[in-house]
Design a protein around this ligand. Structure first.
Ligand code: C6P
Length: 411
């Protein structure tokens, strides 16, 4: 019997992504930076293009034909995202500009009113700044503090240590589903269960999980789930905050303006129900139409297939990189997504990335918006290759060959 992976036709998939056939510095592009932002299939580009050519109008405020068509296209993206994360209802899906806005919404609207001096917000040492800094900002206003749970040298969260820190002062916990630097997949169900048993809400940063894993917020048992559309093969400036209905109902709006109100007078304003009370102003309508198309595309390829293809690529790339002399790999969790951070002895990550770029290979170098994690490993930066289902073993080979070239030059 052929497996989903064997039946996978990567050439056909790659043909769906026009940018993958371009050349960079005269070489075929090898795009290994999908954790930063993913490339977009033609179906997404077409959906955005078609929206502007045929349907463009503002949403939720015009009764004319275009206004209704635009509203229906925009709201149908909400239905798709609600199904994608298995929300209980579509009203649990708040459109945001990305994960960053989603987490800030929870920080200011849910957590800030609940914080007192001495309270704590529990995160982990592997969080992206988007899941640290918003908490620090609200903590600074209230005399609360942000506490990190430790990780192992192989990049796994120490679950017992996380659970041990869930004391009554903790008003929320925030954990990344998948680390953008290490690829570690955190045991969200287990963490959610521990949080729930103590009445502590859990926010999950799903930025790096949603493009690779099946997300089921009900099965995960978390309270908030944030994701970003541009890593999910959709347009930039899109994302969602999923939250349990009861939380959204209890949260005051964070941003005020048009289309989030019920009535406004100088004596006071009443607000629309969730999710609209969190969506002030004209949203990124075409972006969400494009994100809806991206969800259709991902569903068509199938997350199980994507998972199988990427697991295979990760195993291949891990072995290949480990064979490079002087290469240090960061993040060897048992449960891991296709993200490989590394350093080569004697070579700065930025020099490595710059020279790889000359070979047409796009990797990211730097701190990856994870300073505390860099501090943990005692390095200022790493190089990072992040893979998607449109990558190939040949591209991994090209990376390894280019690293060998750089080593000869610099190490
Ligand atoms: N990580 C990376 O190269 P926004 O910018 O809001 O779409 O996503 C922020 C964000 C939040 N959490 C995690 C785990 C992330 O990885 C990111 C974005 C990119 O790793 C850019 S720093």
């Amino acid at each position: 019997m052929t497996s989903a992976r064997d039946a996978f036709d990567v050439a056909r998939i790659r043909a769906d992504f026009p940018i993958l056939s371009r050349r960079v510095h005269g070489k075929p592009l090898v795009y290994l930076d999908s954790a930063n932002t993913s490339q977009k299939p033609q179906a997404v580009i077409d959906a955005v293009d078609r929206f502007y050519r045929e349907t463009n109008a503002n949403v939720a405020r015009a009764v004319h034909a275009l206004g209704e068509a635009a509203t229906s296209a925009y709201e149908s993206a909400r239905d798709k995202l609600a199904r994608f994360v298995n929300a209980t209802t579509r009203d649990e899906v708040v459109f945001t500009s990305g994960t960053t806005q989603a987490i800030n919404t929870v920080a200011y609207s849910y957590v800030l009113p609940r914080l007192s001096p001495g309270d704590e917000i529990l995160v982990t040492r592997m969080e992206h700044h988007a899941n640290i800094v918003p908490w620090q900002l609200v903590a600074a206003r209230t005399g609360a503090k942000v506490v990190p749970a430790p990780i192992t040298p192989s990049g796994e969260l120490i679950v017992e240590e996380f659970v041990a820190r869930l004391n009554p002062r903790v008003k929320i916990a925030g954990v990344t589903h998948v680390s953008n630097v290490l690829g570690t997949i955190n045991p969200i169900r287990e963490l959610a269960k521990a949080c729930r048993a103590r009445g502590i809400p859990l926010l999950v940063d799903g930025s790096q999980a949603a493009p690779h894993l099946r997300v089921d917020v009900q099965a995960l048992g978390c309270d908030f789930y944030a994701l970003t559309g541009h890593k999910l093969f959709g347009p930039t400036g899109t994302g969602i905050l999923w939250a349990r209905r009861e939380h959204l109902a209890a949260m005051p709006p964070f941003f005020g303006g048009g289309e989030m109100i019920r009535t406004v007078s100088f004596d006071g304003t009443t607000f629309a129900d969730a999710p609209h009370k969190f969506e002030a102003g004209t949203p990124n309508i075409a972006g969400f139409v494009g994100l809806g198309a991206a969800i259709d595309y991902v569903n068509e390829v199938g997350l199980d297939t994507i998972g199988a293809v990427e697991r295979d690529l990760l195993a291949y790339a891990t072995e290949a990189l480990k064979s490079v002399p002087g290469l240090r790999l960061f993040g060897e969790a048992k449960e891991k997504a296709a993200v490989l951070s590394f350093l080569i002895d004697g070579v700065h990550a930025h020099d490595l990335a710059t020279l790889l770029d000359q070979e047409g290979i796009a990797v990211r170098s730097g701190h990856h918006c994870a300073h505390p994690l860099m501090q943990f490993f005692g390095v200022p930066a790493t190089a990072r290759a992040s893979l998607a289902f449109y990558n190939t073993r040949d591209e991994v080979d090209a990376l390894v060959a280019a690293i060998a070239k750089v080593r000869k030059l610099l190490a």
